[in-house]
Design a protein. Structure first.
Length: 557
């Protein structure tokens, strides 16, 4: 036996490994027909490491089985009762013989061939059983164990079983080690986020829809599209489309399965490393203009690399023409220096002449203008969190409500004040968005307040609600509670925001972005409102949660 193995060519390095124990839960099993419901059926079982599950969508075993059924050489000494599977990594394929146990093992023998003519294991008796290497599976423990074997990509192993004293093979198993390299399924820009989210829901699908194919046909001539993938042979996008998602034709569930390298203008921008996401896509962000080459490989077969070229076009303001124009304007610039100096002096003079009230109004508008970006940043962070947590359905709901909220926000962007009803709708929409992410409960109540006629400064309460979510109930999940109440006391309106979080030291965090905006707005509002003013009191250090009271003095006069 040893002499035979030494005579094999070096490039066929083929090893049989008998493991002391294997973790059965890490293996996918393929059974011959009848072996799963009849304990006496003699049939082979193949166990392949479940890392391979990610790639069967691109290369299933059906074609192997069909080709063997047409192979007269293979069937010359074998029946149609055989099993055939593909594998892609370098681990051993484990072979078990169902229906054969310690009592009848001496009636059978097996052999292992590389392809159909290289003998790896000659006809041998069965000496090992599933109980020797598997603890978890009772069926396998009683079966005969024929060993673990592997070969190099592009080759296959055949295991045959027969009864002693007979030349008739009663069952066979074939495992083919398939060379595999990544294949692109589709490419998405940031403007196609909805299409990307739909694709994430179609886990296991490795085909483009008619709409996806037509998208590329409408953008590129036929001769610039790959005949296999229907994608552009080289992608070209505008400078603004600098966030690209490359979706692979595989069912990846662990980021360590995919590795990629990124080259820009023939220089390595990102050296080989594992992917950032536990999914079948590579997300490249904030790409600068230039010529790129994306190189992708699977960690199970690093020798096979897919390369895809793409280009981020130069923006108009980065072009040579624009630079010439800038040069001309620079020359002309000095002609306007005196004018600009006079203009600046005039603006300073005008600013000094403004009354304190006018200055307060301008500062208030500046603060109001910062509220929308502050909320947008927090909302986008929440969407990113849902995507990273693979909550695609949640991300879709979030995007829909977020879009509606932004429309309402833009519609009221020029208003200093809005009705209490509109403010409550905005706050409830925000709470619904965050509830989707964190699962807390909330309640909004009014008492003796006409929400349709009463007005309130726009977005004044928004940062306070955000802090109740972020610092109050976010870690409590479904146990979190936020109560928002509006009540009337004489001529005053009282607004109460209460959460049951772990408490938050507002006195130590008053410089936080949202709270600072709210505090500054209240100070400026109190300067310009006649006979009305707002007081904010924060109860902190409570056993549970935090309470914020806002008193709108003389609000109903």
């Amino acid at each position: 036996m040893k002499k035979l193995i030494l005579l094999l060519p070096l490039f066929l390095i083929l090893v049989q490994t008998v493991h002391a124990q294997i973790k059965w839960g890490e293996y996918s099993q393929s059974y011959q027909t009848g072996s799963d419901n009849n304990t006496s059926t003699v049939a082979l079982i193949i166990a392949i490491h479940n890392t391979n599950d990610s790639f069967w969508v691109t290369n299933n075993s059906g074609s192997l089985h069909e080709s063997l059924l047409k192979d007269s050489l293979f069937l010359r000494s074998r029946s149609n009762f055989f099993i055939a599977v593909n594998t892609f990594d370098s681990t051993d394929a484990q072979f078990f013989l169902h229906g054969v146990n310690k009592k009848n093992a001496n009636e059978y023998e097996f052999r292992v061939l590389e392809k159909q003519d290289k003998i790896i294991v000659p006809w041998s008796v069965i000496t090992k059983f599933g109980s020797d290497i598997v603890r978890e599976n009772s069926i396998i423990k009683s079966a005969a164990y024929l060993g673990g074997y592997k070969t190099k990509p592009g080759s296959k192993l055949i295991v045959d079983v027969r009864k002693k004293g007979s030349s008739k093979i009663i069952t066979s198993a074939v495992v083919r080690w398939v060379p595999i390299s990544p294949i692109l399924l589709n490419i998405y820009t940031a403007n196609e986020l909805n299409e990307f989210l739909k694709r994430l829901k179609q886990f296991g699908s490795n085909r483009l829809s008619v709409e996806e194919i037509n998208k590329w046909k409408s953008r590129y001539p036929t001769d610039q599209l790959d005949v296999v993938t229907s994608l552009p042979k080289k992608l070209k996008v505008a400078a603004t489309d600098n966030n690209l998602i490359f979706y692979l034709r595989a069912d990846i569930y662990n980021k360590e399965q995919v590795e990629y390298e990124l080259i820009k203008d023939q220089k390595v921008l990102r050296s080989w490393n594992i992917n950032e996401f536990d999914n079948s896509f590579i997300w490249l962000k904030n790409l600068k203009p230039g010529e790129y080459l994306l190189r992708v490989r699977y960690s199970i077969q690093r020798e096979h690399v897919m390369e895809y070229p793409f280009e981020i076009e130069t923006a108009w303001y980065q072009s040579v023409v624009f630079k010439i124009i800038v040069g001309i304007l620079t020359v002309a610039f000095w002609g306007f220096i005196i004018f600009l100096i006079l203009l600046i002096k005039q603006r300073k003079k005008t600013a000094r002449e403004l009354s304190n009230k006018e200055k307060s109004q301008l500062e208030l508008k500046a603060i109001y203008a910062q509220l929308n970006p502050h909320f947008v940043f927090n909302a986008l962070s929440s969407i990113q969190g849902l995507i990273n947590n693979q909550d695609i359905e949640g991300a879709n709901h979030y995007l829909s409500d977020f879009a509606r909220l932004m429309r309402d926000s833009l519609a009221n962007s020029n208003k200093d004040q809005t009705s209490l009803k509109e403010e409550m709708i905005t706050l409830e929409t925000y709470l619904k968005l965050e509830q989707l992410r964190f699962g807390f409960k909330y309640d909004i109540k009014t008492s003796d307040v006409n929400i349709y006629e009463t007005e309130i400064p726009s977005l004044l309460l928004q940062p306070l609600i955000e802090n109740a979510v972020k610092h109050g109930v976010s870690t409590l999940k479904e146990n979190g509670i936020i109560n928002l109440g509006f009540s009337k006391h004489n001529n005053d309106m009282i607004v109460t925001i209460q959460d049951n979080g772990g408490g938050f030291q507002y006195s130590e965090n008053m410089d936080g972005y949202g709270l600072k905006l709210t505090n500054d707005r209240i100070k400026l509002l109190n300067q310009i409102m006649n006979g009305q003013f707002i007081e904010m009191h924060i109860k902190e250090g409570l056993p549970v949660g935090t309470i914020i009271n806002l008193t709108f003095k003389n609000w109903f006069l």
